[in-house]
Design a protein around this ligand. Structure first.
Ligand SMILES: Cc1ncc(C[n+]2csc(CCOP(=O)(O)OP(=O)(O)O)c2C)c(N)n1
Length: 639
């Protein structure tokens, strides 16, 4: 097809169009795709470096494979922008991550090319294997199933569980390992060292080239392909003698490492691999942020940089007219360092989120007491439990949404044994543009059911400091979970000394009459705004910041239920089983029959992505929603 350079991408509305291009045009197309991603993310924000790093892989995969019949599964999915743009979403891509717009991750309901919904890492091999075995069962033997997984995601246990299964499955599965040595922060652990080693070993690479030369012949030899493959395998075996191969030992045919930015070579390789049956892995080496120099240089910062000037690489930062409150995560990071300096039992643990959680502060100050364990939430929790058995005090920081992965470890390894582990649950509540895969919607409900566990939420940053301080005191001898949201709260005076918070004790923030608002965590601030809105209307609710959903402050609740006939509860979490439910349980258990409780929180449906303020509004627990609920309750009183 003859199309002027610079205009290729405009003509691609589906992989069908892509397949019409001459292979020689793919380099140009890759450049255009890369530029399109830069143009859009610089203006609209979103994930950045990961998509730039897989541009050539994306083009080659859609060029060679027959998507959507062939099933392509992206791991995490933050790198799938190129995939979205090539599969019919180029002209709507400016809506990426906005309210009612495209999702920032592959999503089945969005496109037939999005074969599996993702957001949490390390699921691609399991999902693609399931699809491959389903195809085999249906006797659809020509169908290809491809999982694209990063070296960071490969550190997750489920990826290993899937390879362990794939190795004995005799299914048509291709794993593309996108190795850029990065997670969000630099990748960690022995696997990373192994991948680097295999990439740089001369002996290994020499034999590997021979293998490739033979592989090139596979398609030409047609029916004799099996013979060639067996030669290939023998060569691989001799390679193993010089250098054992982890993937081969799991019965996966290993190919690579190859340059993941050489689109023509990738096309050639994918064509060959299509003809090789069984489970196999292609190890591609790429550069995260490829083609945007600042992103290549500071890969962590450019994982999701926000909006920026695409010419200078300057990241747009909001101009601050007044001092801003610190982010909760920074308060966590700074407080942990502070506490660790005075209490040498304290340890910090993060599963692959040192920058996102600010655990990097402890890693910098006291590296021997801070652990990035890779994308391994289950391990992070049980490792913390192990530390706790030896009298250490682990602060295990896991985003609320990712803690879902480690629920059994929380119950079985920590709470059943009543070990003092401090769970710091960042990004609790609706998170915004990352959407449903990342909303921290469920932790209040799933944590409060577990015996021995103390479940707390600070209303602001000083409370977070005080809860973290309290958690390490000798009097607290149980596991404790402290949840706090993404973003900023209330201005903080760092010089104020720590104050012990009595476990299971709430507090009254505003003394009003008639109606009580009971809040749990940061949402108490929206309740305060609601109270300001209601004042001119002559409505004066009281506000109680309950602080703990477990143990509940029953003394305070008896006082509240004896005094108020109308109560509104507010939480940034699912209504089913959450804070409001705990209050209803209290009410039923103590027979407060005459009280009306209205609960505000996340309803029983999937909340999509968008600005947090839009989502709070949708769920009716923004300040206006709270004010309205109070007004409705007032009407109940007077009608
Ligand atoms: C279970 C889980 N934990 C943590 C994360 C947060 N997270 C998103 S991307 C990412 C790094 C992924 O690294 P890799 O797979 O190598 O992809 P890259 O960004 O390097 O292309 C992490 C830790 C997640 N998505 N899922």
């Amino acid at each position: 097809m003859l199309i002027a350079p610079g205009d290729l991408l405009k003509k691609i509305n589906s992989p069908e169009d892509l397949k019409q291009l001459d292979q020689a045009q793919l380099v140009q197309l890759s450049q255009e795709l890369r530029q399109f991603i830069i143009d859009h993310v610089s203006v609209y924000g979103g994930h950045f470096g990961a998509s730039l790093g897989v541009v050539e892989l994306t083009v080659a995969l859609h060029y060679v494979f027959n998507t959507p019949k062939d099933l392509l599964v992206w791991d995490v999915g933050h790198q799938a922008y190129g995939h979205k743009i090539l599969t019919g979403r180029r002209d709507t891509f400016h809506t990426n991550r906005t309210y009612k717009g495209l999702s920032g991750f592959p999503k089945r309901s969005e496109s037939e090319f999005d074969t599996f919904g993702v957001g949490h890492s390390s699921t691609s091999i399991s999902a693609a294997l399931g699809m491959a075995i389903a195809s085999k069962y249906k006797n659809d033997l020509s169908r290809q199933h491809i999982a694209v997984i990063g070296d960071g995601a490969m550190t997750g246990g489920i990826a290993f569980e899937a390879m362990n299964h794939a190795g004995v499955s005799n299914s048509n599965l291709l794993i593309v390992l996108n190795d850029n040595c990065m997670s969000i922060d630099p990748n960690v652990g022995a696997l990373k060292d192994y991948l680097t080693d295999i990439t740089t070993s001369h002996t290994y690479n020499k034999i590997k080239d021979e293998v490739w030369n033979m592989l090139g012949k596979v398609s030409k030899f047609g029916v004799n392909a099996r013979e060639i493959i067996s030669h290939v395998e023998n060569s691989i075996k001799s390679m193993l003698l010089s250098h054992s191969n982890l993937f081969e030992s799991l019965n996966l045919r290993y190919f690579g490492p190859v340059d993941g930015h050489d689109v023509n070579h990738l096309v050639h390789i994918f064509r060959d691999l299509k003809d090789i049956p069984g489970p196999k892995i292609l190890h591609c080496v790429t550069v995260k942020g490829k083609g945007f120099i600042q992103a290549e240089k500071d890969q962590t910062k450019w994982h999701a940089p926000g909006k920026f000037d695409k010419l200078t690489g300057e990241i747009h930062i909001k101009v601050k007219n007044a001092p801003e409150p610190p982010k909760y995560q920074h308060v966590f990071g700074k407080t942990l360092v502070d506490l660790a300096k005075t209490n040498d039992a304290i340890m910090g643990i993060t599963p692959a989120m040192p920058t996102g959680s600010s655990m990097n502060m402890l890693m910098k100050e006291i590296p021997e007491r801070a652990f990035d364990v890779g994308i391994a939430e289950q391990h992070a929790v049980t490792f913390s439990a192990g530390l706790a058995t030896q009298g250490l005090i682990p602060y295990c920081n896991i985003y609320s949404t990712f803690m879902q992965r480690a629920y059994d470890q929380v119950i079985h390894d920590v709470c059943l044994q009543d070990l003092k582990v401090v769970f710091c649950m960042d990004r609790a509540g609706l998170v915004g543009a990352d959407g449903p895969t990342h909303h921290g919607a469920y932790d209040i409900a799933y944590m409060r059911t577990i015996p021995n566990l103390i479940v707390a939420a600070p209303m602001n940053e000083s409370e977070l400091r005080n809860l973290m301080y309290t958690a390490q005191l000798p009097g607290v001898n149980h596991p404790i979970s402290i949840r706090y949201p993404r973003g900023q709260g209330v201005l903080l005076d760092w010089e104020t000394p720590y104050e012990e918070i009595h476990i299971g004790k709430g507090r009254r923030i505003v003394k009003g009459d008639e109606i009580a608002i009971l809040s749990f965590g940061h949402v108490g601030n929206y309740a305060l705004e609601a109270i300001d809105m209601l004042e001119p209307k002559g409505i004066f609710p009281s506000l109680y910041d309950m602080r703990f959903v477990k143990p509940l402050d029953e003394e305070l609740l008896h006082e509240i239920f004896s005094k108020y006939k109308n109560i509104v509860t507010v939480e940034d979490g699912t209504l089913i089983g959450g804070f409001g439910s705990a209050i209803l349980e209290f009410m039923a258990d103590h027979d407060y029959k005459k009280t009306t409780v209205k609960r505000l929180g996340i309803p029983d449906k999937i909340i999509d992505h968008g600005e947090p303020s839009q989502l709070y509004k949708e769920c009716r627990y923004d300040s206006e929603g709270i004010a309205k609920a109070v007004i409705d309750s007032v009407e109940i009183i007077y009608t």
